[in-house]
Design a protein around this ligand. Structure first.
Ligand code: NAD
Length: 490
């Protein structure tokens, strides 16, 4: 089905696009040009209530009892549908988020893989049974936790929706997904595709809206059993409080300030361009952005020079041009926030080697920026800037590299560049982060559990461990005794 990109998008509740009860419909813009891209409905509290009700009804219906093989078939069918719609989705996502289409194409391919992974992972859902002694049989049932509220940010709207929906669907849960109000379009299309392939109405509901109102209402809703949140650590803190009453299961994928350790023995032909990729991919608006590059002292000046020369070759511009490496940021407001951090760095005495000035024009462009001479306790080395700004910090030896790497409230990802085969595994045991890369900038292959230590959150995405977040383990104990047990001897 060909779908016009410039259209009005309703809320997606109970298998169909519906108007919001509160009647609010907003323009959705293209951050690279400032032009309108379409109009999308925003959910008010009554709409959230409707969506939760629809998810509860679907859970009580056939869905939670659908056979695992049927759920697997549907997840594969959805993967096929995303693949078949990849051109339309790529254009829609690129125009809505402003990031380079080359990045978006990779994210769509990863989303397809994600649905395929969980389609297969369904076969691993099994309850233990073990000898408990006496005349008793013990076994477990794995059951879906129920209705899941899933809240996602604007930086990877489709891929984050895929990360959230695929394990929940595999487990047999039903979902109310709240995308960011600025970037709701691909999540809404994904829900339409889910319905087209035969996932029953009410299983996937999508309610874009503002966080403190729509999002908060959803998180605290008594009809929700589990909250899965991806976003900033500050919002995650609020969400955790809101999810406490009434008690809900919760998982949080939060911010990062991830280190990229470059040792003097690293193969620079790989370490330099890969380190450039690791920060400037998605214009630095990525939770796993390696925004702290730690470099062994003898290499420091040479590395900064090579890194800067490579970063200068990045093509920044039209997100829809397949040659573009970096598009615009999500909004001019966000761009100003990023620039504010650079100004703070200037005040802190860092050297701005390249970049550091916002682009002209209507788009929210910011150039690749390198801050050198950075010390680990500076604001620019501690706070998540979430833009194309890298801080380069020198270290003396391996011990100091680990100390600086761990000198952060975050612990999402770390990357190590070295030609010493023992060093990567040695440091992997010492650095407090959920994912460690050794001589690779990549962080989240399908099936590789992804998530945080410390204030980067808890719970794991895209791995088999993720299924546990969406399943209850129910213990069943059966007496096999021929005689009454009569424990009190009455
Ligand atoms: P954000 O926390 O501002 O918003 C995330 C989502 O939460 C949005 O949908 C927003 O509307 C909603 N929200 C805001 N306030 C809320 C509230 N009170 N109750 C319920 N929902 C609320 O984050 P952002 O700026 O959109 O995204 C960037 C952040 O996300 C960065 O910190 C980034 O590191 C993080 N992130 C983490 C991962 C990961 O896997 N760890 C992945 C992507 C992004």
């Amino acid at each position: 089905m060909a779908v016009a990109i410039e259209r009005e998008y309703g809320l997606f509740i109970n298998g169909e696009s519906v108007e919001p009860t509160a009647g609010e419909v907003r323009d959705v813009t293209e951050p690279a040009t400032g032009a309108a891209l379409g109009r999308a409905a925003m959910a008010g509290p009554e709409d959230v209530d409707r969506a939760v009700q629809s998810a509860r009804a679907a859970l009580a219906g056939a869905w939670a009892k659908t056979s695992p093989t049927e759920r697997s078939r549907l997840l594969h069918a959805l993967a096929d549908a995303i693949h078949e719609s990849r051109k339309e989705l790529a254009e829609l996502e690129t125009r809505n988020v402003g990031k380079a289409i080359s990045s978006v194409k990779g994210e769509i391919a990863a989303s397809v893989e994600n649905f395929r992974f969980f389609a297969s992972a369904i076969a691993t859902i099994e309850g233990r049974s073990h000898a408990v002694g006496g005349s008793a049989l013990y076994y477990q049932l794995r059951e879906p936790v129920g209705v899941c509220a899933q809240i996602i940010p604007w930086n990877y709207p489709l891929m984050m929706a895929a990360w959230k929906l695929s394990p929940a669907l595999a487990a047999g849960c039903t979902i109310v997904l709240k995308p960011d109000p600025a970037t709701p379009l691909t999540a809404l299309r994904l829900a339409e595709l889910a319905t087209d392939v035969g996932i029953p109405p009410g299983v996937v509901n999508v309610v874009p809206g503002d966080g403190p109102t729509t999002g908060a209402h959803l998180v605290s809703h008594p009809g929700v059993d589990k909250v899965a949140f991806t976003g900033s650590t500050a919002t995650g803190t609020e969400v955790m409080k809101l999810a406490a009453s009434p008690i809900k299961r919760i998982s949080l994928e939060l911010g990062g300030k991830s280190p990229n350790l470059v040792f003097a023995d690293a193969d620079l032909a790989d370490a330099v361009p890969s380190s450039v990729y690791a920060i400037y991919y998605a214009a630095g608006q990525s939770c796993d952005a390696r925004s702290r590059v730690l470099v062994e002292k003898p290499l420091y000046d040479d590395f900064v020079a090579q890194f800067t020369e490579t970063a200068k070759r990045l093509k920044v511009g039209d997100p829809l041009d397949s040659e573009t490496h970096m598009g615009s940021l999500i909004s001019r407001t966000h761009r100003d926030k990023v620039h504010g951090f650079v100004e703070t760095g200037r005040d802190e005495g860092v050297e701005i080697v390249i970049g550091g000035e916002p682009g002209d024009g209507d788009g929210a462009f910011y150039p690749p920026t390198v801050l050198a001479g950075v010390e680990t306790r500076m604001v620019v080395a501690q706070e998540e800037i979430f833009g194309p700004v890298v801080t380069v910090i020198p270290f003396e030896d391996e011990d100091e590299a680990v100390t600086i790497a761990n000198d952060s409230k975050y612990g999402l990802v770390a990357t190590i560049w070295t030609s010493d085969p023992a060093r990567g595994p040695r440091l992997a045991g010492k650095i407090k982060a959920g994912t460690i890369g050794v001589n690779t900038p990549y962080t989240a292959p399908p099936g590789g559990a992804f998530g945080g230590y410390k204030q980067s959150g808890f719970g794991r995405e895209v791995g088999l461990e993720t299924l546990d977040m969406y399943l209850e383990a129910k213990s069943v104990l059966v007496s096999t005794s021929r005689k009454p047990l009569n424990p009190f001897g009455l």
